[in-house]
Design a protein around this ligand. Sequence first.
Ligand code: NAD
Length: 355
Amino acid sequence: MKTLNAGVIGIGVIATTKHIPALLKREDVKITAICDIDTAKAEKAKEELGLKDAKVYSDYKEVCTDPSIDVIHVCTPNPSHHDITMLALNNGKHVHCEKPLALTYADAREMVDTARAKGLKLTSGTQWRYNPAPMRMKKMVEDGVFGDIFYVKSSQLRPRRLPAYGVYTSKAGNGGGVLLDGGPHSIDLPMWLTDNYDVASVYGVTFDKMKNFPEGNDLGPWDPENFDVEDTAFAMITMKNGMVIYMETAWATNLQQPAMGVVAEIGGNKAGADMVGPGFENHVRTTQIVDGKLTTTTEKIEEQINMNEYDIFHWIDAIQNDTDPAVLPEQAATVVRVIEAIYESAATGKTVFFD
Ligand SMILES: NC(=O)c1ccc[n+]([C@@H]2O[C@H](COP(=O)([O-])OP(=O)(O)OC[C@H]3O[C@@H](n4cnc5c(N)ncnc54)[C@H](O)[C@@H]3O)[C@@H](O)[C@H]2O)c1
């Protein structure tokens, strides 16, 4: 198996907690470049994470055009995803671009089309699908347990967990708010569970009601003066087969949810199931008729899955084996299209129809 030389761009939270630790576990990957506009941050990560083979860069263009590099991981804030990915693809690199793939569907499509035309791999980081409970629920869908599925809900209403670091509260810096943060996971999960990315219409509402209430945030207080994005989003996504997805995502609410992560529930005419917390990642509660009686059972799934490693390991395997990555680039692009439609619907008050 070939040793892949990897370059990681944007050495912040997701690069140092997900991408680099998982890549370091692969014997067939060598991280030869790390890049951040803040080189002190990259130097610190190099030291702390033991990246002995990595050269530190400040300009992503040097990394994307380096012929010795095979794969690029884009972990910068959202507005730069498209340009960095395009430069990397046009220089023959496979690209793992963090979610959201891009800020617009047009940009996302260009990225997908370029990758496909060049025979390069492209994926994005919606790894919340890979917890044990959603993996089990997906298997239940495939086994026909639910019958005709007409409703899927995904929810990530955090009581107070806004990423107060970096650029998250700035439209110019981040491209938008929670819809670009928790949103991609909450939109991808129900579509992936039902293998249905065929959207008919989207109705969305967004709020910024919490921006002046920064106290009590898990990740420290944010600055209301530097806050021009939505902190809450709701959407009703109708699929072409008639199934409805209800999606809710928020950084800060006055609601105590059972879980901090993305939880899903599926409703069909034969059974329904949801993820129950605490421990929601590996508990599936199923309600169905058994021997003529409505019966609810909760199963704890013992299999351990590290969602971050699952994402990165499948990505590297896809390159090595010339297979599709677990998160298809087309799926990531559809997620961007839905996000764009939610923003449009929230601004106009109208439903957005897809062709
Ligand atoms: N998959 C997930 O669950 C998940 C979780 C968190 C973040 N993310 C995504 O990862 C990305 C980064 O988020 P984060 O929380 O790590 O942010 P962060 O602020 O911690 O890190 C971003 C880093 O990128 C650097 N940077 C900015 N512009 C750059 C450029 N042009 N070239 C090189 N470096 C540049 C910044 O200096 C910073 O160090 C975002 O797109 C976010 O949506 C995904």
